[in-house]
Design a protein around this ligand. Structure first.
Ligand SMILES: Cc1cc2nc3c(=O)[nH]c(=O)nc-3n(C[C@H](O)[C@H](O)[C@H](O)COP(=O)(O)O)c2cc1C
Length: 211
């Protein structure tokens, strides 16, 4: 059972990558049956969709020219997919949008990603800087592929179901560095990693809600 973590940030060691590492590490620790893999989209040459619509019927003509097929193979092989993304103008960065657009063939080819588990982890610079819109966008991408969206389940009173980290702290001029601890999103991203590992390995049933 494979859990594929995709870092959609152009930065390999930024805040999004930190959340992704949290989730993947705990998934790896929790279940030996779950194997985890991380890729950074920035390492792959993924061209823009040209809107030719060939993918309605056949493979994308760009597949022979860039690295997207290697990413697609990993998507197909995974039982669960995690996308980590920064917030860029309340949306995803261009490299992640190119990946999203190129995934259309998988949808048109009779829903090849159907029933895979999906979750997203998002970072933003500013508090209320649009990160929730990014989660909405990514979750809608997963829904359009027929994937099963998994949120965090933790303390129902104090913990959110969406792992979002924000660099801006309480004060206007107070920012954390991408690698700095963020108690809330660190906890929530770990919960997500654990939950995905349990779900993909069939161990989730009977698992008591955490306190
Ligand atoms: C082009 C660009 C646009 C950005 N737009 C926003 C934004 O709309 N809202 C926000 O809160 N932060 C914005 N940021 C800040 C990033 O979301 C923030 O630094 C994020 O944590 C970077 O994630 P990373 O370290 O994983 O790359 C933007 C950054 C860049 C480079």
């Amino acid at each position: 059972m494979k859990i594929l973590g995709i870092n959609g940030s152009p930065r390999k060691n930024g805040a999004s990558a930190r959340l992704l590492e949290n989730a993947l590490k705990i998934a790896d620790d929790v279940s030996p049956a779950a194997s985890v893999d991380r890729i950074d989209l920035v390492d792959y040459d993924i061209r823009h969709c040209t809107g030719c619509d060939a993918c309605l019927k056949e493979a994308c003509p760009l597949d022979g020219e860039d690295d997207y097929p290697a990413v697609q193979e990993k998507l197909l092989d995974a039982s669960a997919i995690i996308i980590a993304s920064p917030t860029y103008f309340s949306n995803v960065p261009g490299i992640l949008k190119d990946f999203i657009d190129r995934s259309r063939r998988l949808k048109m080819d009779r829903g090849k990603l159907r029933d895979k588990y999906f979750t997203c982890l998002v970072s933003s610079g500013l508090r209320n800087g649009g990160a929730e819109l990014v989660t909405l966008m990514l979750n809608n991408w997963a829904l359009s592929h027929g994937m099963l969206i998994v949120g965090s389940v933790g303390n129902y009173l104090m913990e959110n179901y969406l792992p979002i980290t924000t660099l801006q702290r309480d004060g206007l001029r107070s920012f954390r560095k991408p690698g700095d601890q963020d108690e809330i999103s660190d906890k929530v991203s770990e919960r997500i990693g654990k939950r995905l590992a349990l779900l993909t390995t069939g161990l989730a049933k009977g698992n008591q809600p955490p306190r």
